[in-house]
Design a protein around this ligand. Structure first.
Ligand SMILES: [Ca+2]
Ligand SMILES: [Ca+2]
Ligand SMILES: [Ca+2]
Length: 285
């Protein structure tokens, strides 16, 4: 038999196999979209919405209707533009705090669609909850959880609107992967404020800040100088320790998901220049 037909057959087989693998890959992977938004980064934010700081919030900030503002449904609006690449059914997740039944809702509107009443599951802590519609259980707007948004490819306008005061919103995820459940990704920092001879400095003040310098949390070390920051979003931070009689010092620290970063901070004593501190007055020991 001529070897040419065999060669053609082999080439055709390779092409078919490659096309098949590519098709399976596209079907399995390319249609899953995950669009993450920080709530506080909305394009437009109107009162009574306010942006507040919380070290446990993603990006250190969140959006909320301050408790005590009172109910003024629809007054405050946070508008975000999102881009969808693949037409289809999407769900929206929000990382929220909803302490009670009087602090657990926002209106959610996509483009000019109806305003869903998102009743958030109750918790004093940041947690992910799928946007739902409380509905009336009858008529054209039945209760739905999660609420499905049918979105065409292109730009869409997402509006989060004021409903109950006291509800807090940190972050949003828009995805067509309906089996995906976002996890609460945090890490922690543990360490000791010490002198140069590694003695713990009791009750030192330890401050965690962003690299640009925004303070997010300040705590007091225990009687042995030990301190810990828990539930911190992964990222790069600055850790500053200070105490009376010591020179304040800062160190960069990296927080990784599900890990404890060990970060000891060494402080040098302020001392009498005549007692061996040298020209800087810095006595380490
Ligand atoms: Ca409620
Ligand atoms: Ca309230
Ligand atoms: Ca945030």
């Amino acid at each position: 038999m001529d070897s040419k037909p065999k060669l053609y057959l082999a080439i055709v087989c390779v092409i078919c196999l490659t096309a098949g693998i590519l098709a399976v890959y596209l079907l399995c992977y390319s249609y899953s979209e995950y669009t993450w938004l920080e709530a506080e980064d909305a394009d437009i934010v109107t009162p009574d919405f306010e942006i507040a700081k919380d070290p446990l919030a993603s990006g250190g900030e969140y959006l909320w209707i301050p408790e005590g503002t009172g109910g003024d449904p629809g007054k405050g609006v946070a508008v975000s533009t999102i881009r969808i690449n693949t037409s289809g059914d999407y769900v929206i997740w929000g990382r929220a705090i909803a302490p009670s039944v009087d602090d657990n809702s926002f209106f959610v509107q996509m483009d000019e669609g109806f305003e869903a009443i998102w009743a958030i599951s109750l918790s004093d802590n940041w947690h992910w909850d799928a946007v739902n519609h409380l509905g009336s259980g009858e008529g054209s707007y039945p209760e739905s959880d999660p609420l499905i948004f049918s979105l065409s490819a292109g730009e869409h306008t997402l509006r989060i609107k004021q409903c109950e005061d006291g509800a807090k919103l940190d972050k949003l995820l828009i995805t067509n992967d309906k089996s995906y459940v976002p996890a609460n990704i945090v890490g922690s920092i543990s360490g000791t404020v010490i002198t140069a001879n590694e003695t713990g400095i009791a009750y030192a003040t330890v401050t965690l800040a962003t690299l640009p310098g925004d303070e997010i949390l300040s705590i007091t070390a225990d009687s042995n100088g030990n301190f810990a920051f828990k539930g911190i979003p992964p990222g790069y931070y600055n850790l500053t320790a200070s105490n009376t009689g010591f020179w304040t010092d800062s160190d960069p620290v990296t927080v990784k998901a599900d890990e404890v970063t060990i970060a000891d901070v060494m402080l040098c004593k302020k001392c009498d220049l005549n007692a061996g501190g040298g020209s800087t007055g810095r006595c380490c020991g």
